[in-house]
Structures are given as C-alpha cells and as structure tokens.
Design a protein around this ligand. Structure first.
Ligand code: GDP
Ligand code: MG
Length: 315
C-alpha cells in the first residue's frame, strides 16, 4: 500500500510576491527598464515625454517568487487635464506597494522634478512600515550609464545620496540602495532585479504563470500604433495624439487616431498616406501573423483638456 507523501515545510520556502512601483520624471527610462527586466515589451517607449499614459503592470515570474512591476507615467508639473490625470496614476501606484524604484537620469542635472520624485518615493515607503529600516524598500536607480562618463555617474550618485540623506523623512537615507545601470544595454540590471526580489515579502502569486502583463489586447494594439506615430512626429504633436481600437474582428483591427486640430491631420497621414502606411507595417510586424490593422485619423478638439475624453480613451 502506498503511503501519503509527507508534506514538510522548509523554512523560507514560502512563496514571496509584491508590487514594485517604478517612478521618475518623464523620459528617465522607466518603461525601457520595465521591458528590460521582463525581457519582453509590455509598455511602449519613446524619446517624447509623457509617452506612458496609464500604469502598466508587468509580471516577473521566478521560482517561488513573483514581482509585479508597475510602470507609471512620469511625475511632472501638469499643464493639461491629461497631465493631471497622469500624475494621479503615479499617486495611486505609490499608495500600495512593497518596493519603490525611483529613477534618475545620469546624463541630466538633478532638478526639482527629481527631488519631487525622490521625496514622494521615500514618503510612500515610510508610511508603509513603522520603526527601523523604513526606507529599506526604496531602490534608487541612476539610469543611462551607457551614455555617461564614470565621473558623471559618480557625481550623480553622490548628489542623489546627499539629497536622500538630507531630505528623506526623519533624515533617514537608511537602507536605501543605489543602482547605476543602463536600461537600454542591460548593464547593471540583474543587480537591481536581485535587490528587488530580496525585498519582496511573503505573499501569494497575484497573476497566473502565463500572464506577463495586465494590458488588454485592444489597448495594446492602440499603444503600438501610438508608439510608431511618436517615433515619426515632432514638437507638440505627440501630446495631441491618442489612439483607440474601435473594432476588433480579429485578424481585422480598426484603430482610430485622434488629433486635436484639423492642421495635425495631414502630418499624421503623411504625403500620400506615407506615414500611416509605415505605421501600419511596423505595428503589424509586432502582431501575430495575418493581423490587418486599419488606421483612421479623426479630429477631436482639445481632448487633452476634457476629463470625459481622457477617461473614454482609457488614460
Ligand atoms: P519613460 O518616460 O521614463 O518611460 O522613458 P522611456 O523608457 O520611454 O525612455 C525615454 C527615452 O530614453 C527613450 O528614447 C529610451 O530609448 C531612452 N533610454 C531609456 N533608457 C536608456 C538607457 O539606459 N540609455 C540610453 N542611452 N537611453 C535610454
Ligand atoms: Mg514610460
């Protein structure tokens, strides 16, 4: 007769999991870092500020541990209703977390925007835990080291360290760790991942193993279209562009591209539709074979200023 296998609990073998919020000024490389850590693209990136318009969760699965990475829009001084909404997303993501990754750019002076980010990030750690080692959950990343000299990296590390020591709540830079890295090349990223994983508390797997992001398919296709447009347009136009899927009859997907003014329509379409054609091709290449993406451009006046339009667009 077979005996029931005995279950032995090995100390320290409990599943660990947690939410890891990535914050920073626009353009420091948050989305690039999240994609790099996950080894796959779950969030779009571009050289334009405010590319990310809502928090995107990407899931890192490792044996016995799960990290839910939350990519947030850049914290900034808002000038529009959309800008205010983006900052709200950041506040929400900072409200409920286990680890914060605060990012700064090695190649740019530390500015008031970075101070605000670091202050918010450390506050969100302190409110979580009382007593000793309260800033233990805060990891500070100095990104883009591939483009900086080692002097620049060192001086940036020194400035951010000084800032944390000086202004962190209760004067406590205690427990904060610093990671110089390049989200683009991957240099230094595995050290950060280790730092994140070792800080995760005991907890359940929040997502099934096959799930790597919480982005709905339709939203994702609209984001891919926006990413390709951002790579091709300039100046203020990136802020004016919004995309949404209006019909989904796989493999046919209809995406509406909204701009704010009649004069922007032509730029997005391009000479003889050249830009739209390029965008369609580049998006299709990132979708399963056979996908057919239909692009339509429409004017929706001043949607950036209208909360109901922002909500309808899912931002
Ligand atoms: P986000 O606004 O913080 O999400 O920034 P993105 O991830 O969209 O990146 C903004 C720009 O910085 C993009 O053009 C990226 O390719 C670039 N970038 C991000 N990380 C690095 C890096 O480590 N090195 C360099 N050279 N560029 C980077
Ligand atoms: Mg982003």
């Amino acid at each position: 007769m077979e005996t029931e296998p005995e279950t032995t609990v090995i100390p320290g073998s409990q599943f660990r999991s947690g939410f890891v919020t990535v914050v920073g000024r626009p353009n420091v490389g948050k989305s690039t870092l999240v994609n790099r850590i996950l080894g796959t693209k779950v969030t779009i990136t571009s050289p334009r500020p405010n590319t990310t318009r809502r928090s995107v969760r990407g899931v890192l699965h490792r044996p016995g541990v799960q990290a839910v990475l939350v990519d947030t829009p850049g914290l900034h001084r808002p000038r529009t209703a959309l800008g205010r909404r983006l900052n709200e997303h950041v506040d929400e993501a900072l409200g409920d977390l286990d680890v914060v990754v605060a990012m700064i750019d090695a190649t740019a002076e530390l500015g008031p925007g970075d101070r605000l980010v670091l202050e918010r990030a450390s506050n969100s750690c302190v409110s979580q835990e009382e007593g000793e080692g309260e800033l233990y959950q805060l990891l500070v990343v100095v990104n883009k080291v591939d483009r900086a000299t080692s002097e620049q990296v060192l001086s940036q590390l020194a400035s951010v360290y000084e800032l944390m020591e000086g202004s962190a709540p209760q004067g406590a830079g205690r427990g904060v760790e610093y990671f110089p890295l390049s989200a683009r090349s991957g240099e230094g990223v595995s050290e950060l991942v280790e730092g994140i994983l070792e800080r995760l508390p005991e907890g359940p797997p929040y997502f099934p193993e096959e799930m790597i992001s919480d982005v709905p398919e339709a939203f994702w296709v609209a984001e891919l279209v926006r990413e390709q447009l951002l790579a091709r347009v300039r100046d203020e136009l990136p802020h004016s562009i919004a995309c949404r899927v209006t019909e989904w009859e796989w493999p046919r997907v209809r995406v509406e591209i909204l701009v704010e003014r009649e004069s922007q329509k032509g730029i997005v379409i391009g000479h003889n539709g050249a830009i739209l054609k390029e965008v369609g091709t580049a998006v299709r290449e990132q979708l399963p074979e056979g996908a057919f993406v239909e692009l339509h451009v429409q004017v929706e006046k001043h949607w950036q200023e209208r909360p109901e339009a922002i909500e309808r667009l899912g931002y």
